[in-house]
Design a protein around this ligand. Structure first.
Ligand SMILES: O=C(NCCCCc1cc2cnccc2s1)c1cc(-c2ccc(F)cc2)cc(O)c1O
Ligand SMILES: [Mg+2]
Length: 214
């Protein structure tokens, strides 16, 4: 049977990237998705904005909602200080299986905990199951209509502290209008839009960085 897009993306990593070299994994994926077959990775342009936010926050605990093939997982994990932890959540088991192999190829499996499941079920369990008190950084890149309900759920579960940073992908394309309205109008957030483009295209998209004020 025909391979899947994530399988072909993994093949490009195994063919063109060096084991244990996260930068070469990132380059191999971007080259493949720009020249062969588009895929919904955050990509190189928005990826540089992601890198700058991760470096600025220098997080000890990170939550990523929406792993896909692990591209942004590798981008984030490669910048983390020793002993920092990244928990990433993927809904689709077949996609999660590919992401595990991409993360392993980059040599970052010790910094990453990939969990399979739906955000609504998982978020209320994080504290007791993973011994995490609060997250320093949350990267939202899963179902766009889940950004708002899951943000409210994280607030309710006490997973955000004064200064926690939410970084949301795709706030323009495909778009998360209710989420944007919320973080931009709520007195509990200081929000800023980083204009960019949809991965590997000229279409406008951007990242919204929102600091929780407690
Ligand atoms: O849908 C996107 N990402 C979400 C995949 C949702 C799977 C999950 C749900 C879920 C639930 N609970 C826990 C974990 C998870 S993971 C997405 C789509 C585009 C795009 C696609 C076509 C297009 F023409 C223009 C843009 C671009 C992007 O950068 C994206 O991120
Ligand atoms: Mg995205």
């Amino acid at each position: 049977t025909r391979s899947t897009r994530p399988q072909r993306l993994l093949g490009a990593v195994q063919k063109n990237a060096t084991r244990g070299d996260p930068g070469s994994v990132i380059q191999a994926i971007d080259h493949y998705c720009r020249n062969k077959e588009w895929a919904m990775n955050v990509g190189d342009e928005k990826g540089c904005i992601l890198d700058s936010v991760v470096s600025e926050v220098n997080p000890a605990t990170v939550l990523e909602l929406g792993t896909y093939c692990g591209y942004s997982t590798v981008r984030i994990a490669r910048l983390l200080p020793p002993h920092a932890k990244l928990i990433t959540l993927e809904f689709n088991p077949a996609v999660a299986a590919i992401a595990r192999q991409v993360i392993a190829w980059a040599g970052l499996e010790d910094k990453v905990q990939l969990v399979e499941g739906a955000s609504g079920d998982f978020i209320p369990r994080i504290k007791e199951q993973f011994g995490v008190k609060t997250f320093d950084l949350v990267f939202l890149d899963h179902w766009k209509e889940y950004y708002l309900p899951d943000t409210k759920l994280m607030e309710e579960c006490g997973l955000l502290r004064k200064g926690s940073v939410l970084l949301a992908d795709n706030v323009v394309c495909p778009g998360a209008p209710d989420y944007l309205e919320y973080v931009r109008s709520s007195p509990r957030y200081e929000s800023r839009y980083f204009k960019s483009h949809l991965e590997y295209t000229k279409v406008e998209d951007g990242l919204e960085k929102s600091v929780f004020l407690g």
